[in-house]
Design a protein. Structure first.
Length: 431
């Protein structure tokens, strides 16, 4: 892990956390009521869902607003964190922000989707989103959000505070009473800092974010600094504890080298299904594309890439897995690699035929400009089982993301021909 800069953060984390007590109490009371079919009285505060990569803004906004409803408005309210219990580990900056708030074991202390796989119909208060996700049913009683207003839930939401600013946490902070517990102010503040890059001018921070942050600062300021002068809203980015906190959060956010291959593969993952009409029996196969922000040499050497990929493929029932890495090489140059593994457990897929089409499709694509990686030779090092194939490429076009790769994969698999965006006019198919 990269060197921590925690010691530079000049405010001291709270010792005893009243927020933690509220969270664990409300979680167990909600689960107990749900058990007895008595959950209707609850308002569930729901942040947005971003796969396994929940962001700090949703997390902080949901916790803070649920605390407000419960402790100030005296209504039964609980935040539902929209990730699985095992997914907290995927975001080191979230773990850090939660630890500053006194939450050291979020997987057991917070209510997650693992605790309630089938969510009952309740009242919902939405934060950091303004449309109730389709897997939930119930009444939306309020919305605080910083995304484009979709104009929904107008008949039931008594509060609809939607405003385009850098962080939803700023809007939540503005709607709380002036004196909130220090740890709650800290949690909201970390989300605002990470979303606005420390309130840097010219970034995502708006006047609304700066105003909300300025109000929180006195609650966070180190008590040792007797002569601490609250900053002006336009000078927040120059306050030393804020720049240190921003650096700490972004270092943790970008350093993923501590994650296992398994976690890296599932962290930012999309899955597709294609029918191979050109193959005998026309099998339908599943294809996964994982975007991994860590170079293969960090986590995939000595057969680890093959081992972790095959484990993930078995878990998801995949025939093809593409691992798309994105990282900074020496001298800070942005690079991308693409590893592709093909295997078949159904006996219905002609792996050599599929592999040769795949390699031809990738190698013939001028947009990716892919070249075989000389250090990762999957088919020669003995880590792939029989009836499998694999290759690793260096993508010379480091700007081509999964948005480029996914349509190419579709074209290769469904049409069985390589496409080349630059060489061919739209609609033409090179045979
Ligand atoms: Mn947000």
């Amino acid at each position: 892990m990269a060197k921590s800069v925690a010691h530079q953060v000049a405010f001291s984390p709270p010792t005893a956390s009243a927020i933690l007590k509220y969270l664990t109490d409300s979680k167990s009371a909600f689960l107990k009521d749900k058990e007895g079919g008595d959950e209707k009285k609850w308002t569930v505060v729901l942040g947005n869902e971003a796969g396994a990569g929940l962001d700090l803004d949703s997390l902080a906004s949901a916790i803070a607003y649920a605390w407000f409803l419960s402790q100030v408005e005296k209504k039964p309210a609980v935040p539902l964190i929209q990730i699985g219990r095992e997914d907290f580990n995927l975001r080191a900056e979230n773990l850090y922000a939660l630890s500053l708030t006194g939450i050291h074991d979020p997987a057991s202390e917070l209510l997650t989707t693992s605790d309630v796989p089938q969510f009952p119909s309740t009242d919902f208060f939405l934060v950091d989103q303004n449309r109730l996700p389709p897997q939930f049913s119930g009444t939306v009683v309020g919305i605080i959000d910083h995304h484009q207003d979709e104009g929904l839930h107008k008949d039931t939401a008594k509060i609809r505070q939607i405003s385009l600013c850098g962080s939803c946490a700023s809007l939540v902070a503005s709607s709380l009473p002036a004196q909130v517990p220090q740890e709650l102010a800290t949690l909201l503040f970390t989300a605002m800092v990470i979303d606005t890059n420390g309130f840097k001018p010219g970034g995502k921070a708006t006047a609304e974010d700066r105003e909300a942050a300025t109000k929180l600062v006195p609650l966070l300021a180190p008590s040792s600094l007797d002569d601490f002068e609250p900053p002006m809203p336009d000078a927040l980015h120059e306050v030393s504890f804020i720049t240190a906190l921003n650096k700490e959060l972004s270092t943790r956010k970008s350093d993923l080298s501590y994650l296992s291959g398994w976690d890296l593969l599932r962290r930012d993952y999309k899955e597709y299904s294609f029918t191979l009409r050109w193959m005998e029996g026309e099998p339908t196969i599943k294809v996964g594309l994982a975007t991994v922000p860590v170079a293969l040499k960090v986590w995939g050497k000595k057969g680890k890439l093959e081992q972790e990929s095959l484990k993930w493929m078995k878990h998801r029932g995949l025939t093809v897995l593409g691992v798309l890495t994105t990282f900074k090489g020496k001298k800070g140059v942005h690079k991308r690699q693409m590893a592709v593994i093909i295997t078949d457990e159904t006996g219905k897929v002609d792996v050599p035929a599929l592999a040769s089409k795949f390699w031809a499709g990738i190698e013939g694509n001028t947009e990716l400009d892919a070249r075989i990686h000389k250090k990762f030779k999957l088919e020669r090092n003995g880590h792939l089982p029989a009836n499998s194939a694999g290759k690793v490429y260096k993508q010379r076009n480091a700007t081509a993301t999964r948005k480029t790769v996914a349509p190419l994969v579709k074209a290769i698999l469904e049409e069985g021909v390589p496409i080349s965006k630059e060489a061919d006019p739209p609609g033409s198919v090179k045979l």
